[in-house]
Design a protein around this ligand. Structure first.
Ligand code: FES
Length: 114
């Protein structure tokens, strides 16, 4: 089923779109919080960098198309929906993305990373 987008109180500029390459994650910070960006063709998706299973860094996982596998135990997540394909109880947090003038803006709650 997947996860809802996190509340977007503000959109934060986190990276140049050109830096986000398909096939590998790009880890960015919002305050102290790490998020992971992934490119799928012309679209960029943002999920929590923290795997909901045991904290693996999803931004260092293996991406193939819309799927990323956690580098710790290999669980798979759908970048479009946040769904954990390995155990549906562990969907990952995901964030809205806007592309503006070559920049990636991520929609986050006001208190994220404080
Ligand atoms: S920490 Fe990600 S699959 Fe276990």
């Amino acid at each position: 089923m997947g996860s809802k987008l996190e509340q977007a109180d503000q959109f934060v500029d986190v990276a140049a779109a050109a830096e986000v390459e398909e096939g590998e994650g790009t880890i960015v910070f919002v305050g102290t919080k790490r998020l992971a960006l992934f490119r799928v063709e012309e679209e960029i998706f943002c999920i929590s960098n923290r795997c909901p299973h045991a904290g693996g860094f999803l931004g260092m996982g293996w991406q193939k198309g819309c799927r990323v596998r956690c580098p710790r135990h290999g669980w798979a997540f759908d970048l479009r929906t946040g769904e954990c394909m390995s155990d549906p109880r562990y969907d990952v947090r995901r964030y809205a993305v806007r592309l503006e003038e070559g920049r990636v803006l991520v929609g986050v709650p006001e208190d994220l990373g404080r």
